[in-house]
Design a protein around this ligand. Structure first.
Ligand code: UGA
Length: 444
């Protein structure tokens, strides 16, 4: 199929390259000239495993190109809208200006029978409004809403082999369904479940999924708070309840909580939209989910203070990890970066390391100190804090590291280190939601 992808951020760039991999003829369009130039030369403008190779393959095949001009959408059959919907400044609601601008900009280039496909995460009601706008434009095009569930770090795999497809269609959306079936023929052929809904349900599926994931993480982090108070171990608790297939162990990792460009802003926009619809009471629990999540960051700072004898002022702290999760260079609402900034603002000398996220972190917090190697970060440190669970931190040798620090104190903000190994190597090990001593370890 011939298709356009408007917006070449995380979602759009991966979608454009993946669609071309599937054999479609794709033009990716973005207003950011630098981004378009990078993509056109086969360079991923952000870190995503496999994206560089996929882009180069797609560009070489001649089935993928990039442009800054919406006129290049003309002549394509399907137009994906994959622009960002960030949180509004000073408000919980989502900012729809980019979605609106993309659709407005596209309208003059639409032909009768074209299909505009919304992929961005939007407040429920947006699709119907945009469908009316397109209908009024007289272009003869129609609209479908096709939410995206890809995870950063697994974006290509999630796009090529999604765990489900959702089409939000108008009542007369037969043609739209046929077009989307052609777009996703490979996934459908492989048995991917398809759920066909109206616009509103499709929009809600997306935010409900993210709200559920956020709630699951905050649930286990609430358990972590109770475990800390009671001297219990949240990682063992998660393992034990996770064996119940109805609960499941995935997304039950207690620690610093969720961040990134999606979960935090999506639950806030969801609450704001429910309020507008008069259903705010239904989602007040999400306020608590947000609060539990933000409290974990404060707790990590408090734990550092506690372990450093009551004050972090002037103490040297090595921070390992700045990205909001491993295998990503994304620091949007990153719990790790938030904790690093709090430590620095409270007077600690913070040396930060991350395998990929330093350039993005430096843009947001230029006043923090960044180093290129773990060794540089930990040298003479009074405490080491692991705040993103990159494999290279999990694999650290606590004996080797112990020889370079000033004091062997480690705070495991992601419950990703082997507590016994670190304690056996002489470290004072503490983690969020786990006992301060080795009581529960001794039982094993
Ligand atoms: C999330 C959803 O998982 C995707 O399905 C969705 O498509 C995407 O948002 C989106 O709306 O675009 P992503 O933001 O890439 O994907 O990250 P997740 O893997 O969901 O992780 C979010 C945060 O939760 C991270 O900070 C991670 O460290 C944290 N997390 C995750 C935990 O603290 N504990 C867990 O057990 C799992």
């Amino acid at each position: 199929m011939r298709m356009s992808v408007i917006g070449c951020g995380y979602l759009g760039a991966v979608h454009a390259a993946s669609m071309s991999e599937l054999g479609h003829d794709v033009v990716g369009i973005d207003v950011d000239e630098q981004k378009v130039a990078a993509l056109a030369s086969g360079e991923a403008p952000f870190f995503e495993p496999g994206l560089g190779e996929l882009l180069q393959r797609a560009l070489a095949s001649g089935r993928l190109r990039f442009s800054t001009d919406l006129a290049d959408a003309h002549g394509n059959d399907v137009h994906f809208v994959a622009v960002g919907t960030p949180q509004k400044n000073g408000e919980n609601a989502a900012d729809l200006r980019y979605v609106d601008a993309a659709v407005e900009g596209l309208i003059p280039w639409l032909r009768p029978g074209d299909l505009v496909v919304g992929k961005s995460t939007v407040p429920v009601g947006t699709a119907r409004r945009l469908a009316e706008r397109i209908a009024k434009s007289g272009s003869g095009a129609s609209l479908a809403w096709n939410p995206e569930f890809l995870r950063e770090g697994f974006a290509i795999e999630d796009t090529l082999r999604p765990d489900r497809l959702v089409y939000g269609l108008a009542v007369d959306g037969g043609q739209a369904k046929a077009a989307l079936d052609e777009v996703y023929a490979a996934a459908l052929g492989a048995g991917t479940p398809l759920v066909v809904t109206d616009y509103e349900t499709a929009e809600l599926v997306k935010v409900a999924a993210n709200a559920f994931l956020a709630t699951k993480i905050s649930f286990i982090n609430a358990m972590a708070e109770v475990c800390e108070a009671a001297g219990a171990d949240v990682t063992q608790l998660a393992d034990a309840i996770g064996h119940d297939a109805r609960i499941g162990r995935r997304f039950l990792n207690a620690g610093l909580g969720f961040g990134g460009g999606c979960l935090p802003k999506d639950i806030r926009a969801f609450m704001a939209r429910a309020g507008e619809l008069g259903a705010d009471q239904a989602l007040t629990f999400l306020r608590e989910v947000d609060r539990i999540n933000m409290r974990r960051r404060e707790r990590a700072v408090d734990l550092a203070r506690e372990m450093l004898g009551g004050s972090i002022l002037g103490r040297r702290i090595a921070v390992l990890g700045l990205a909001f999760k491993p295998n990503s260079d994304d620091v949007r609402d990153s719990p790790a970066l938030n904790v690093s900034a709090q430590l620095a603002l409270q007077g600690a000398a913070v040396l930060c390391h991350d395998p990929k996220a330093i350039p993005n972190a430096r843009k947001r917090f230029p006043e923090l100190s960044y180093v290129d190697s773990i060794q540089e970060a930990v040298r003479d440190a009074d405490a080491v804090m692991v705040l993103t669970e990159w494999d290279e931190y999990r694999d650290l040798d606590p004996h080797e590291l112990g020889a370079t620090v000033s004091q062997p104190i480690v705070i495991d903000g992601r419950n990703c280190l082997d507590a016994t190994a670190w304690r056996d190597a002489g470290w004072r090990y503490r983690a969020l939601g786990r006992p301060r001593d080795v009581r529960s370890m001794a039982l094993v």
